[in-house]
Design a protein around this ligand. Structure first.
Ligand code: ADP
Ligand code: ADP
Ligand code: ZN
Ligand code: ZN
Length: 751
C-alpha cells in the first residue's frame, strides 16, 4: 500500500492542474487566502472522489440506490482511503436530537438508570424520550407543548362581569361566557387576579357534578359547569383542528403559546422514568447539568456493578469536555448549537469510533474557539491521526497550522489568481518560504495605540438569559467594540440581548441568505436587472429572455444549471445539467452577445472582470462593494448556496456599506479569512466606523481584538463558570489583566 494519496492534474473550480502527494497517517493542513482553492482540493476533489470510488465497490443493485457522484475534474486520483467529512453544516434540526442523543452518551446513562436506579422503570428504553415506553404522554417526548396563553385570555385586573375573559367566543356577553358570570361559586364582580387558589381552580377546571343556570334564546336551563381551561382544551386543542374553520383556527392561534410541557416540566419523560433516582438525581436532572458537573457526579459512582457503566459515560463526557464543550448539557437541542460547536461534537463521535485507515476532513475547526481552547482541539486532531488515520484540515489559525506534519499552501491569490500549490512542507519551512501565508505566520500583532473616543453608549441592563448573571454593560457608540471570552462564556447570548434591546441594530451573521436557490451575487446585489436591460437594448429582444428564472431558462434544469437528487437518508446530490452544461440558458439565448459576451459569459465573470465590461454607474458602485468586502473572486453567477458562512456574511455586508449612524453587529467576521485578509476586513470595519457607524464584533481573532477601540470580555470560563463581564476597556489595558484568558493570549501574540 502506498504511503501517499496522489492527485494528478486536478482542475475542479479554479484549480490549475494541481498535482499533490499527501502523506497518509499524517496531519496535513491546507492554507491560503479565501478563494485560493483549498476546498476545491479537499472537498470537491478528494472527498468527492473517495465517496465515488466507495460507491463503485457496491453491487449494481445497491449502486442504483446511492447518490451519483460526478468524477472530479482530474487526470487521476490514487490510493485514496475512505473519507469522512466533519463540517460545520448544522446538525439535523429536529427537536428530538440533543447533545446526549447525538453523542450516544444519553444511551449509556439510560442503561445506568435502568440497571442501577431505584425504583427502576424497566429496560433502557423506558428512559428514552424517543420511545413510547419512556416519553411523556403530555408532549410525546418533545418537552414543549402548545398551550392556551392565559395571560392573554384572562385580564387579571378585571372581573368576570367586566370582561376579564378576553377570548371572543367566551366573553361575558356570549352564551358560552354566561357559565362564568352566572356561577354561584364565583363572585362576578371580583377582579380575577384577586381570586383565591380554590376560586381560580374552579374557574379553570370546575368540580365534578357542579351545575350552572344560564339564559338562552329558548329560555332558562341548568347545565353542567365546565371549567374555562377544560372547555378551551376540549374545543380547540384536543380535537382534529382541520374540522375548525380557517377563521377560527387563526383566532385560536392568537391565544396560544408554546411553552414547557406542564406534565413533565420539560423533562420529556413520563412519571415512571422521572421517579427513578441515583444518588437523589433523576435522569432529567443529569441531562440538565453541564457536562463538567455530570462528570463529577458519575465519577462518584464506584460500586462494582454500576461503576463500569458510569465509567463508560465519563469517558465519553470527558471527550466532550476535552474539546472545550464542557459547558453544554446533554439535554441541549442540537439545532441550537453554533456551527463550530456542532462540528466539534461530530469530532467527539469519531474519536469514540474504532475505525482506522480513514481520511478525516475538517473545515476550519477553530471557528468559535478561543485561543485558549485551540490547543485542546489540536490534541484531538492528533489523537485521530495517532489511531492510524489521515487528517486533512482547512485552516487559517496559526496555532493549528503549527501542529501540522505537512502543510499545503494554495495561492498565490484568489479565484482565477489562485488554484496552484505555492508551497509544500513543514510549518517551519512555510514560515521561511516567503509565501503570503509564510510571511503572515511570522508577523506580530500590535495593540492599537490610539483608540477612538465613544460618541455615546447603548446599555444592556440586568441581562440574565442562559448563563448571564445580571449583566449590566454599556456598548460605546461610534467605535469598534470586540466582545470576547472563551466558548460558552455568553458572548452570543449577550449580543442577542443587545440586539433585542436595540432593534435598530443591523445583525450581519453567517446564516443562509434565505433567498431562493437561484440567488447569485448578481441577483443579490441587484445588478442583474441592469445587465438584462443592457442585453435587451443591444440585441433588440425582451429583457426577460436573459433571466434564468423565466423565458430564457434551459428547459431541462429550469435555469438552475444543476440537477438535485434528494435521497432519504443521505445528503442530497447535485450534478451539472448536461443540456446547458451548467450555463442555465437556452441555446438561442446564448447566441445573443454583447461585445462578444453571452449572458452566461457575463455570469461567469468575477466582479473585477465585470467592472471592465459594465459601465452603468449604479452597477459599478455595487460591484465595488464586493471588492470592499474582499469577494472579488466570486463570479456574478456563482450560486449563493455554494458560499461559506464567512463569505455569506461578507456579501451581506456588501449590500449595507453605504449607511451612516447604523449599529452593526457581526459574529466572528474573520471566519474563513486568511491572516492577510484580516487586514482588509479591519480596514473595512474602520471605514464603517469612520463613516459614523457603530460596529460590535464577537471575535476570537487576536488581531481584531488588538485593533478594537473597546473590549468587553466575558468569563472567566464557559457555562456556569462564565456569564460575567470580567473586563471592559481598551485593549491596551486588557494586556495587563491577569484574570482574563483573552488578556493572556493577547499578551502572547503581542509580546
Ligand atoms: P477556498 O477553500 O480556498 O476558500 P474554494 O476552493 O472554495 O477556495 O474556491 C476556489 C475558487 O472556486 C473560488 O473562485 C470560488 O469562488 C470558486 N468556487 C468554489 N466553489 C464553487 C462552485 N460550487 N461553483 C463555482 N465556483 C466555485
Ligand atoms: P459564547 O457565544 O460565548 O460561546 P453562548 O452565549 O453561546 O456563549 O452560551 C452561553 C451559555 O448559554 C452556555 O452555557 C450555553 O450552553 C448556553 N446557551 C446558549 N444558547 C442556548 C440555547 N439556545 N439553549 C440553552 N442554552 C443555551
Ligand atoms: Zn411532557
Ligand atoms: Zn440546463
Amino acid at each position: 500500500m502506498s504511503e501517499f494519496i496522489t492527485l494528478t492534474g486536478a482542475r475542479e473550480n479554479n484549480l490549475k492542474d494541481v498535482t499533490l502527494r499527501i502523506p497518509k497517517g499524517r496531519l496535513t493542513v491546507f492554507t491560503g487566502v479565501s478563494g485560493s482553492g483549498k476546498s476545491s482540493v479537499v472537498f470537491d476533489t478528494i472527498a468527492v472522489e473517495s465517496q465515488r470510488q466507495l460507491n463503485e465497490t457496491f453491487t449494481w443493485f445497491v449502486r442504483n440506490r446511492l447518490p451519483k457522484y460526478e468524477r472530479p475534474h482530474a487526470d487521476s486520483l490514487e490510493d485514496l482511503t475512505p473519507a469522512i467529512v466533519v463540517d460545520q453544516r448544522p446538525i439535523g434540526g429536529h427537536s428530538r436530537s440533543t447533545v446526549g442523543t447525538m453523542t450516544d452518551v444519553y444511551s449509556v446513562i439510560r442503561v445506568l438508570f435502568s440497571r442501577h436506579g431505584t425504583p427502576s422503570a424497566g429496560p433502557a428504553t423506558a428512559y428514552s424520550f424517543n420511545d413510547p415506553s419512556g416519553m411523556c404522554p403530555g408532549c410525546d417526548g418533545l418537552g414543549r407543548t402548545v398551550q392556551p396563553d392565559w395571560d392573554r385570555i384572562l385580564d387579571p385586573a378585571r372581573s368576570l362581569a367586566d370582561g376579564a375573559v378576553r377570548f371572543p367566543p367566551f366573553t361575558a356577553g356570549t352564551w358560552q361566557g354566561q357559565a362564568y358570570t352566572s356561577s354561584d361559586e364565583l363572585d362576578p364582580h371580583k377582579p380575577v387576579g384577586e381570586f383565591t387558589a380554590a376560586e381560580r381552580e374552579f374557574l379553570m377546571r370546575g368540580r365534578p357534578g357542579s351545575k350552572v343556570t344560564v339564559n338562552g334564546s329558548g329560555g332558562t336551563w341548568t347545565t353542567e359547569y365546565e371549567g374555562l381551561a377544560d372547555r378551551f382544551e376540549r374545543l380547540y386543542l384536543k380535537r382534529d383542528l382541520s374540522a375548525l374553520s380557517q377563521k377560527t383556527r387563526d383566532l385560536v392561534r392568537e391565544y396560544l403559546v408554546e411553552g414547557t410541557c406542564p406534565r413533565c416540566g420539560g423533562a420529556r419523560l413520563n412519571a415512571a422514568a422521572l421517579a427513578t433516582r441515583i444518588r437523589g438525581l433523576s435522569i432529567a436532572d443529569c441531562a440538565r447539568m453541564q457536562v463538567t458537573d455530570l462528570i463529577a457526579v458519575l465519577k462518584d459512582i464506584d460500586d462494582p456493578v454500576a461503576g463500569p457503566i458510569a465509567g463508560a459515560a465519563v469517558a465519553a463526557l470527558e471527550r466532550i469536555e476535552a474539546i472545550g464543550l464542557g459547558y453544554l448539557s446533554l439535554d441541549r437541542e442540537t439545532s441550537t448549537l453554533s456551527g463550530g460547536e456542532g462540528q466539534r461534537l461530530k469530532t467527539v463521535r469519531h474519536l469514540g469510533s474504532s475505525l482506522t485507515g480513514m481520511t478525516y476532513i475538517f473545515d476550519e475547526p477553530s471557528v468559535g474557539l478561543h485561543p485558549r481552547d485551540v490547543g485542546r482541539l489540536g490534541d484531538l486532531l492528533l489523537r485521530l491521526r495517532d489511531k492510524g488515520n489521515t487528517v486533512l484540515v482547512v485552516e487559517h489559525d496559526p496555532d493549528v497550522i503549527a501542529l501540522a506534519d505537512h502543510v499545503v499552501d494554495m495561492g498565490p491569490g484568489a479565484g482565477a489568481h489562485g488554484g496552484r500549490v505555492v508551497f509544500e512542507g513543514t510549518p517551519g519551512e512555510l514560515e521561511a518560504s516567503g509565501t503570503l501565508t509564510g510571511r503572515s505566520l511570522g508577523r506580530r500583532t500590535a495593540v492599537k495605540a490610539s483608540t477612538r473616543a465613544a460618541t455615546g453608549g447603548l446599555w444592556v441592563k440586568g441581562a440574565d438569559r442562559h448563563n448571564l448573571r445580571e449583566v449590566t454593560v454599556q456598548f460605546p457608540t461610534g467605535v469598534l467594540t470586540a466582545v470576547t471570552g472563551v466558548a460558552g462564556s455568553g458572548k452570543s447570548t449577550l449580543v442577542a440581548e443587545f440586539t433585542a434591546a436595540h432593534p435598530e441594530a443591523v445583525v450581519v451573521d453567517q446564516s443562509s441568505i434565505g433567498i431562493s436557490a437561484r440567488s447569485t451575487p448578481a441577483t443579490y446585489l441587484g445588478v442583474m436587472d441592469a445587465v438584462r436591460r443592457i442585453f435587451a437594448r443591444e440585441t433588440g429582444v425582451e429583457p426577460g429572455l436573459f433571466s434564468f428564472n423565466s423565458a430564457g431558462a434551459c428547459g431541462t434544469c429550469e435555469g438552475r444549471g444543476l440537477l438535485h437528487t434528494d435521497l432519504a437518508f443521505m445528503d442530497p446530490v447535485t450534478t451539472t445539467c448536461q443540456d446547458c452544461e451548467g450555463r442555465r440558458f437556452r441555446e438561442e439565448v446564448l447566441r445573443l452577445t454583447v461585445g462578444g459576451h453571452s449572458i452566461a459569459d457575463v455570469l461567469e465573470m468575477t466582479a473585477d472582470q465585470a467592472l471592465g465590461f459594465l459601465t452603468d454607474s449604479g452597477v459599478r458602485r455595487r460591484l465595488r462593494a464586493l471588492q470592499d468586502v474582499g469577494l472579488t473572486y466570486l463570479t456574478l453567477g456563482q450560486p449563493l448556496s455554494t458560499l461559506s458562512g464567512g463569505e455569506r456574511q461578507r456579501i451581506k455586508l456588501a449590500t449595507r456599506l453605504h449607511r451612516t449612524g447604523t449599529v452593526y453587529v457581526l459574529d466572528e467576521p474573520t471566519t474563513g479569512l486568511h491572516m492577510s485578509d484580516v487586514d482588509g476586513l479591519l480596514a473595512l470595519l474602520d471605514r464603517l466606523v469612520d463613516a459614523g457607524n457603530t460596529v460590535v464584533v464577537v471575535e476570537h481573532n487576536l488581531d481584531v481584538v488588538a485593533h478594537a477601540d473597546w473590549v468587553i470580555d466575558l468569563g472567566p470560563g464557559g457555562g456556569r463558570d462564565g456569564g460575567r463581564v470580567i473586563f471592559e476597556g481598551k485593549p491596551g489595558d486588557l494586556l495587563g489583566f491577569e484574570r482574563s484568558w483573552t488578556g493572556k493570549h493577547l499578551r502572547r501574540v503581542t509580546g
